[in-house]
Design a protein around this ligand. Structure first.
Ligand code: DX5
Ligand code: ZN
Length: 216
């Protein structure tokens, strides 16, 4: 089980400090949301910010690309120090190719599906990926409500995984708190992204511990 705090809800003026807080609290991953204002109606940061954070952190950088033409940017993110690079099925017509590209760059490859996208859309690439991210909200913003209908897709992925003899991680992202995390864990998820639950609180360390205890 891994906790992946999303810095989308962190204090952008004190990013390095917030990353240190979650690292000390025992998070294993750091979830970095990259948005381009096209694939989703919001903007965040690019590879330079990832490279800057890399200097001070040992966390596994879990980079979630919400951008069009991800094939044009995966190399920059790999060079910036991303450990896992995840692309949306809906964001490219070259899904298989971009996943191959990520592996070639020496990073772990992940594929992401929106709440409205069925698992069948990523079946042909499952043997290529190290991680599948099931979006439990529509991407673009932190602080949204968990969509319960997405849980069935985790169950489906878990079954497929068994059938095909694969062992990718299953991550969930959006509206995760100590209750929804457990629902997803019971369905088969093992990597948990949380943004507002951790950072929109007085005590982010305590929130990470709450999550860890609920999932232990
Ligand atoms: C949304 C992002 C999430 C976001 C989650 O597009 O992919 O990573 O930070 O935020 P919460 O945990 O607040 O739903
Ligand atoms: Zn995300």
């Amino acid at each position: 089980m891994k906790i992946s705090p999303s810095i989308l809800s962190a204090d952008f003026a004190h990013l390095a400090r917030d990353v240190q807080i979650v690292e000390k609290a025992g998070a294993q991953y750091l979830h970095i949301d990259i948005m381009d204002g096209h694939f989703v109606p919001n903007l965040t940061f690019g590879p330079n910010v990832v490279a800057a954070l890399r200097k001070d952190s040992q966390l596994v950088f879990d980079v979630h690309l919400m951008i069009e033409h991800p094939e044009n940017f995966v190399e920059d993110f790999a060079k910036a120090g991303a450990n896992i690079i995840m692309v949306h099925q809906e964001s490219t017509v070259h899904l298989h190719g971009v996943l191959q590209q990520i592996k070639k760059l020496g990073a772990r490859a992940g594929v992401v599906i929106n709440p409205g996208t069925p698992v069948v859309m990523i079946e042909p690439v499952l043997s290529l990926v190290d991680q599948v991210l099931v979006m439990t909200v529509n991407p673009g913003f932190g602080g949204q409500q968990f969509i319960p209908e997405t849980v069935e897709k985790i169950v489906e992925l878990k079954k497929l995984q068994k059938k095909l003899g694969l062992d990718f991680d299953i991550e969930v992202d959006g509206g995760i708190n100590e209750k929804t995390a457990v629902t997803c864990q019971e369905a088969g998820a093992n990597v948990f992204v949380a943004g507002s639950f951790i950072f929109n609180s007085e005590n982010p360390t305590e929130k990470i511990l709450t999550l860890k205890e609920a999932l232990a």
